[in-house]
Design a protein around this ligand. Sequence first.
Ligand SMILES: *Cc1c(COP(=O)(O)O)cnc(C)c1O
Length: 387
Amino acid sequence: MTEIRTIPFGRPIIGEEERNAVMRILQGHILTHGPECHQFEEEFSEFMGLPAHSVSMSSGMAALHMSYFHLGISPGDEVIVPAQTHNATVHAVEIMGAKPVFVDCVLDTGNIDPEKIDAAITERTKAIGLVHFLGIPANMDSIMEIAGRHNLKVVEDCALAVGARVEGRHVGLIGDMGIYSFYPVKHITTAEGGMFVSKHESTAKSVASKRAFGVDRTFNERKIPGLYDVVELGLNYRMSELQAAIGRVQITRLPDILTSRKQNFQYLKTQLQNIDGISHILDSNNPDIESSHYCLSILLADSIANERDNIVLELKEAGVGTSIYYPHPVPRLSYYRAKYGYREGDYPNATRISDHSIALPVGPHLERDDLDYILECVSDVIKRVKS
Ligand SMILES: *Cc1c(COP(=O)(O)O)cnc(C)c1O
């Protein structure tokens, strides 16, 4: 047996440049919502390419809440959401008093099944709030076609999908608006933080105002200091200059991070797909899309599916960090189950992913030796539980 390693599932890449950037802000006088935020927004838009308009936010959740706040989603409205996603995708609808209507996912990618959307639409449906599951773009052609037919807005949760594209266009710019997250385990981090994006300049402008109390002019636009008006309802969801300064360094690392994740994913996938006991690896073979490879999620074959938690524990003992995306379909989480009810057998694909999958790391913190170690451990553990 090889020597035991300790491989975390994810680890932010923070270097000298990020530390210097934070110190540079602390030596100045503008601590929040200033030129760094503005620059970070510009640089994020540049990374996304046209027609991106970016608005820095205090978190991905804040950007999601802001999306539905901006759309004016309210009690009596319904929003189509995936059953398999981070709870934030759904909380953002729920917090507006609207009703989330869950739709199951397809098993190959974990993304919302467009064929099941039509049946969930009623005359109260106002929007589709989808996630690009683990960085794999959802089937946007079908979703946009359905949205167009029913006159629905489309909100894209791209928290794990920075760099992901459909026919060359970045996710978040296909629907009406999208959100990104810079929480520490995401592709790039600002500790806490997020970005709202839209292909519509007017949407981005309006959201920029609403995330700063709805005031009619920024600090720099005030000819008479202290004088401003409030033209609409808003919140304080601003990003600080410290976070933006970290983000500006992080975004320069992003191309390398994406390349490294893709290579690690392909390396692991090539070898894992031959292991008996793994039913399949969540991925898309659509040549028109580019995934951002957040992690590599394996779905266990039926014969060993019930051993999932034991496999995870054995991998943990061997030092292999794993995770589960996501541990429950959202409608099975206690809050949603109590409010909307949940029956065993609802959303079978989302349930199968929650109960029978394991997410393996592919981040840039992994060396080739780590990947080989992960492969050896996964293969050994699966062999053991099968016998
Ligand atoms: C992390 C995450 C969020 C929430 O982002 P925060 O920045 O942590 O608020 C929302 N959706 C998905 C899919 C996520 O992975």
